[in-house]
Design a protein around this ligand. Structure first.
Ligand code: ATP
Ligand code: MG
Length: 210
């Protein structure tokens, strides 16, 4: 890590701009794939902080009923609590209506200031569909994109110029929230796929059983 951050406040001691990663998702539930991805991006891009942003109502997932936003927020807080460089934002779950990344990018840009470098960390599949997002051109003026790829998988990012994104090869973690929900429903264990506090939270709240 080349840059210095003073304490947990994230206030910079050095002269250069803060580098902020943003890990968006439904986090229904958050799992070790998300955490490893955020950590890998933080390491590779020298990020001072990675902010996890649980989505409110993602318009692309409106066909499925999500766990309550408050549960998804708390699970993400539990999962990230032990890492001083990870934090969780309520920005999307507290915003009424459908969730659009452009609104989040505008809000984060004004919160962190013009000097900050903001990196949206997304699966490469999502990056390749950026042209279907709302206001992609404005989005690209506000943030840079880090697309997560897996070794041996080709991805096409036709809608972007080379300078508008970076790709980051991740060690493959075959884990998804969809599989975790199905495992809970089937009574299968999820320990070691998600942080233990999240295992306990899901059991305590009876999430994903029906
Ligand atoms: P679901 O199965 O419900 O779609 P998910 O596991 O894909 O859930 P999301 O909340 O949709 O989780 O994903 C948030 C972000 O994390 C996305 O950018 C997604 O590409 C990325 N991601 C999801 N699973 C992994 C994984 N195993 N490794 C790396 N990145 C992941
Ligand atoms: Mg997904």
């Amino acid at each position: 890590m080349s840059e210095q951050v003073s304490g947990h406040s994230g206030v910079r001691a050095g002269p250069s701009a803060r580098r902020i990663g943003v890990m968006g998702g439904t986090f229904d539930p958050v799992h070790h794939g998300h955490l490893a991805a955020a950590n890998e991006a933080g390491h590779a891009f020298g990020l001072d902080e990675v902010v996890f942003v649980p989505a409110g109502q993602p318009w692309q997932k409106s066909e499925r009923k999500l766990a309550a936003a408050e549960d998804r927020y708390l699970m993400t807080a539990i999962a990230t609590a032990s890492n001083p460089r990870f934090s969780v934002s309520r920005i999307e779950i507290d915003r009424p209506g459908d969730t659009y990344s452009i609104d989040t990018a505008r809000a984060l840009r004004s919160a962190f200031g013009a000097d900050a470098e903001i990196f949206f960390i997304v699966g490469a599949d999502a990056l390749s569909r950026l042209d279907t997002w709302r206001d992609p051109q404005e989005l690209l003026t506000l943030v840079r994109f880090i697309g997560l790829t897996r070794r041996g998988h080709q991805i096409a990012v036709n809608s972007l110029d080379a300078g508008q994104f970076s790709l980051l090869e991740m060690p493959a973690l075959e884990i998804s929230s969809t599989v975790l929900r199905a495992r809970v429903k089937a009574g299968l264990p999820i320990s070691y796929l998600v942080p233990e506090g999240v295992v306990q939270y899901i059991a305590k709240r009876g999430l994903y059983r029906d």
